[in-house]
Design a protein around this ligand. Structure first.
Ligand code: FAD
Length: 475
């Protein structure tokens, strides 16, 4: 019996349950990835993320071939064409089973429902696995059987389940054993290559071995300092694993298992550095959980729906200044220029610039969400949406609206020597450190080619507080 494994956001040969299962239960296993330019465009995916996907696919093809599995690349416009294409393929190649990992976004769930219906009508079984999260979203509920709306109680249950789960894990080593879908499926590497951009391979390597070596090195040498260094943008204090998680080059279970192998039981000690890292992975799962149980967030709605009526401002010029890194607030500008140039932004900076856009400029969080998606190498709907809604105080665990980051204080605290700022704003090199976070206060400011602040911090904060208060009183 032939089986087809449909790869989506799980671009790996190992630690991939559908592949493992298929290879253990079928004589012939093929893999498939749909190239969907129309869908990528609709989602506004960043060129650098597409580049990562394409480079990963080209390497994955070899990694799978070494295990006897051919990766077929088929181009369709988008989700709506997938069910027909799969049905045709199953009929042509006498495929009796199709396996894949669940995706929890609303559009993807609809697509998969249609796929199941179409294949079911042809007598093709569909097997769904749940590698995307460490704990699948339908497995955590409160005593009343409802989904949690805040992180902390969710996290307690999540941790119990992760501990049990990890004890049961045996590293899945698939013995794959099949070949290509004979003849009919054309090679489509060239079709894929047109999405490559000029990003240098070395920044985000895509071979499985290299990715895992980098992660191992982080877990062995640097995770101990994670609690102290994770907020310093000028340092490499975090794992930089998110791009790989977002395309599934690494699974969260694979990463956690490695961490457990290196740090043993300390992983679950509340104060340990490894535990601090694991907790961040819980946030990733949590935002997927929110998307699964509260699908309205996939439709541009606020998690706290009353805020759908909140009146954000509409100042395009200020938005443009934020995008270009020309707000006159050095930490914000350095962060945005880093994003524009590299496709990467440190988590602390994401929080600072998101707070600035939504609280200082009172511009819609959705503008920022889209902008991030169009530029980030790790653009991921759930984490991005969750991060933006949190920052705008309209999401889960919402920071109350009156807690507003002061970008100057944040800069002084997390980039005390100005190393990050100077790396991205060379025009501030002449500014004495004392004034680096507020260059407009320096006597030589007029000689710089750097803008004055586009808003006054104190006035912006009181304007925002009043605006939120007024809204809340009226609702
Ligand atoms: P580490 O600190 O090493 O953390 C390990 C892993 O935990 C990360 O790879 C990530 O998968 C997860 N993680 C860490 N922090 C968070 C968090 N706050 N929320 C969810 N998961 C987290 N992350 C994305 O992957 N894609 C996005 O599009 C994205 N957009 C964001 C937008 C905003 C406004 C904010 C505030 C955060 C966003 N994040 C996003 C979360 C976070 O900034 C990144 O996951 C993190 O910077 C990745 O760096 P790292 O891999 O070195 O993280």
């Amino acid at each position: 019996m032939s089986a087809l494994v449909w790869l989506r956001s799980d671009l790996r040969a190992l630690w991939n349950s559908p592949l493992t299962y298929a290879s253990q239960h079928h004589d012939k296993v093929s893999a498939l990835f749909f190239i969907t330019p129309g869908q990528w465009q609709e989602y506004g995916l960043a060129g650098i993320k597409l580049d990562l996907i394409v480079r990963r696919l080209l390497v994955l093809k070899t990694e799978l071939a070494q295990r006897g599995v051919h990766l077929n690349l088929i181009e369709v416009k988008g989700h709506r064409q997938v069910a027909d294409s799969l049905a045709e393929l199953c009929q042509q190649h006498q495929i009796s089973r199709v396996y894949f990992n669940a995706e929890y976004e609303l559009d993807e769930r609809r697509r998969d429902k249609e796929v199941r219906r179409r294949l079911g009508s042809l007598g093709v079984d569909v097997g769904i696995f749940h590698d995307t999260c460490l704990v699948r979203p339908d497995r955590i509920l409160n005593k009343e059987g409802n989904a949690y709306r805040v992180f902390t109680p969710y996290f307690h249950q999540w941790l119990d389940q992760v501990q049990n789960h990890l004890q049961a894990v045996v590293a899945p080593t698939p013995v794959l054993k099949s070949d290509k879908l004979s003849g009919a499926v054309e090679e489509n590497d060239e079709g894929l290559r047109r999405f490559l951009s000029a990003s240098p391979d070395s920044v985000w390597p895509v071979g499985q071995q290299q990715i895992m070596e980098n992660l191992r090195s982080f877990f062995v040498h640097r995770v101990a300092e994670y609690p102290d260094r994770r907020d310093i943008p000028a340092e490499q204090g975090t794992s930089r694993l998110s791009p790989y998680l977002s395309i599934g080059a690494v699974s969260p279970l694979q990463a956690t298992n490695l961490l457990l192998n290196i740090h043993g039981g300390r992983l679950f000690e509340t104060g340990s550095a490894a535990f601090a890292w694991l907790r961040e992975l819980a946030w990733r799962d949590f935002y997927r959980y929110v998307m699964y149980h509260f699908p309205h967030v996939c439709r541009y709605h606020c998690f706290l729906e009353k805020y759908d009526n909140f009146r954000w401002y509409d100042d395009q010029a200020q938005f443009e200044a934020w995008c270009q890194g020309k707000t006159g607030f050095p930490i914000v500008d350095a962060a945005m220029r880093c994003l524009n140039e590299t496709g990467w932004m440190h988590n602390r900076l994401r929080m600072i610039v998101a707070s600035f856009l939504t609280k200082h400029l009172l511009l819609p969080w959705r503008w920022g969400e889209d902008y991030f998606m169009a530029h980030l190498v790790d653009g991921d709907f759930a984490s991005n949406n969750g991060g933006w809604q949190w920052s705008a105080s309209v999401g889960t665990d919402a920071a109350p609206y009156f807690r507003i980051f002061n970008p100057t204080t944040q800069g002084k605290k997390y980039d005390a020597q100005g190393n990050f700022i100077l790396a991205w704003l060379p025009e501030l090199k002449a500014v004495p450190l004392k004034y680096l976070h507020e260059p407009h206060k320096w006597s030589g400011f007029k000689s710089l080619s750097y803008p004055a602040p586009i808003v006054d911090h104190a006035k912006a904060v009181s304007r925002t507080k009043a605006h939120f208060q007024h809204f809340l009183e009226a609702t």
